[in-house]
Design a protein around this ligand. Sequence first.
Ligand code: AMP
Length: 190
Amino acid sequence: MNVVIFGAPGSGKGTQSEKLIEKYGLHHISTGEVLRDHIARKTPIGQIAKTYINQGQLIPDSLMIRILEEILDNEPKAKSGVILDGFPRTVPQADALKRFFERRGQELHHVIGLEVPEEELVDRMIKRGQATGRADDNPETIKNRLKVYHESTTPLRDYYIKEGKYRAIKGSGSVDEIFNDIAKALEAAE
Ligand code: AMP
């Protein structure tokens, strides 16, 4: 099973991914974590990524697609099912993902869309910034990230509704309640 977990920054993609890994044994790829790891290791990709991330902008599609495809190709665990967290974030990324799976005779099965009211997103990210020190969880960058999300990423909701893959989930409530809804939606769609 290949799954995308989709939603605004702060919608709980990382938290719910952890639970999905546990229950379904999927391999988790968070593009945000991959980029933060490059930054921590001071790699050339990290140097480029840092400038975009700190401004709340997206890394250019061509680079992001190349990074993701390399991981999918080189990680043996990814072959038996992945949960993609934070990718795709643009229509060209979604098109590239579709072609990637097609070339390998695979497919994307479900897109879990975590839907959370905007005020709650901001509140969660501010709290996460205070708890973890994550550099882009500050009020100014959060504003840009949400703007970019509305402009570049929300069109993917319709994209995946049209493909019959979008499973809308109410993303506010307790972590376990949300997870139960996700599990039900995945099982109903099988
Ligand atoms: P995240 O941890 O998913 O919130 O991602 C943190 C930041 O990494 C984003 O604000 C972007 O700057 C960058 N990023 C992560 N995933 C992508 C992607 N698929 N396309 C472009 N930029 C990304």
